[in-house]
Design a protein around this ligand. Structure first.
Ligand SMILES: C[S@@+](CC[C@H](N)C(=O)[O-])C[C@H]1O[C@@H](n2cnc3c(N)ncnc32)[C@H](O)[C@@H]1O
Length: 281
């Protein structure tokens, strides 16, 4: 029998290159992207390959393995850090009316903001809870797998040019103060009042590879699982479930769903259109 040395097709080779690259990233750096949805992952890998001036994903693998700075750039591409203050204002409005009254019954509130990116969500929640006189008895644990975005989050400064959009979001989210009370202009940035970050702990945590680290009354994990495949979503939902007190509140992104997941039965909807759920078992 003569061997057939032709490869089975470009698509097969590319899938193999992606699998090997993700394995290399995991083995060398501990970041596990193997369960992320392949479509968007592929686009980002190919973009990074092109930006680095490389000819193949195998070449990107070599670059990542031999140059940690290349891995850092790739991590920023793969982690998709888009965020904004009072993102989806209707969600924050529902949080004010449906979750705040529940939180008033607790002497102390622990919130986990999982996948907090550059901190906009954590600061929005701090503002909201302060306006309802709950912030003094709250601690927000804001975590992300990406140290670079956490450093930005800790600085509490966001582009001044975004403040018009954020002010409009804040008002639509039920805010009644002047949003400008919360920040001062500092060059091109708006620096947020440091009292807002007094009760926020920013820390590195990877939802795929790290364990539960506390029990929370509220978990916000919005626009993170959308990048995961079904089995990774189930794994992360297990971690969130384990980390939530009974009757605790889970918030996921508006384009995400608990339906048909392995944990659907554990929750009842507080507001299904805003993806606000309460753990019932
Ligand atoms: C699109 S942002 C969402 C930010 C914010 N939650 C929001 O809704 O505006 C997704 C964030 O999830 C983080 N992320 C992705 N995979 C993660 C993982 N395995 N563990 C922790 N954070 C992760 C990314 O680094 C990124 O900052």
């Amino acid at each position: 029998m003569t061997a057939d040395w032709t490869v089975r097709g470009t698509a097969d080779v590319e899938s193999l290159e992606i699998a090997l690259l993700l394995e290399a990233v995991y083995q060398a750096y501990g970041y596990d992207f193997r369960g992320y949805s392949r479509g968007s992952l592929r686009r980002r890998l190919v973009r990074r390959m092109e930006v680095e001036g490389l000819k193949s994903l195998s070449a990107l693998q070599e670059c990542v393995l031999h140059d940690p700075a290349c891995m850092k750039r790739l991590l920023l591409d793969l982690s998709v850090n888009v965020s904004s203050m009072f993102r989806d204002p209707s969600f924050y409005l529902a949080f004010r009316t449906k979750v705040v009254p529940l939180l008033r019954t607790y002497p102390f509130v622990r919130v986990w903001n999982a996948g907090c990116s550059t901190g906009e969500e954590a600061y929005s929640m701090a503002i909201l809870l302060r306006e309802h006189d709950l912030y003094d008895r709250t601690r927000i644990y804001a975590t992300d797998m990406n140290q670079t975005v956490l450093d930005q989050a800790r600085a509490g400064a966001f582009p001044l040019g975004k403040m018009q959009e954020y002010t409009s979001n804040y008002i639509r989210a039920g805010g009644t103060r002047a949003f400008s009370e919360y920040y001062v202009a500092n060059g091109r940035n708006a620096r947020f009042d440091s009292v807002l970050s007094d009760n926020i702990v920013f820390a590195e945590h990877n939802l795929v590879t790290d364990r539960s680290f506390n029990e929370f009354h509220v978990i916000l994990c919005r626009n993170v699982m959308i990048y995961f495949d079904r089995s990774l979503q189930d794994h992360v939902l297990g971690l969130l479930h384990e980390s939530l007190t009974t009757l605790g509140v889970l918030a996921i992104g508006l384009k995400e769903s608990l339906e048909f997941t392995s944990h659907a039965d554990c929750y009842e909807a507080l507001d299904s259109s805003q993806r606000l759920y309460r753990r019932v078992r």
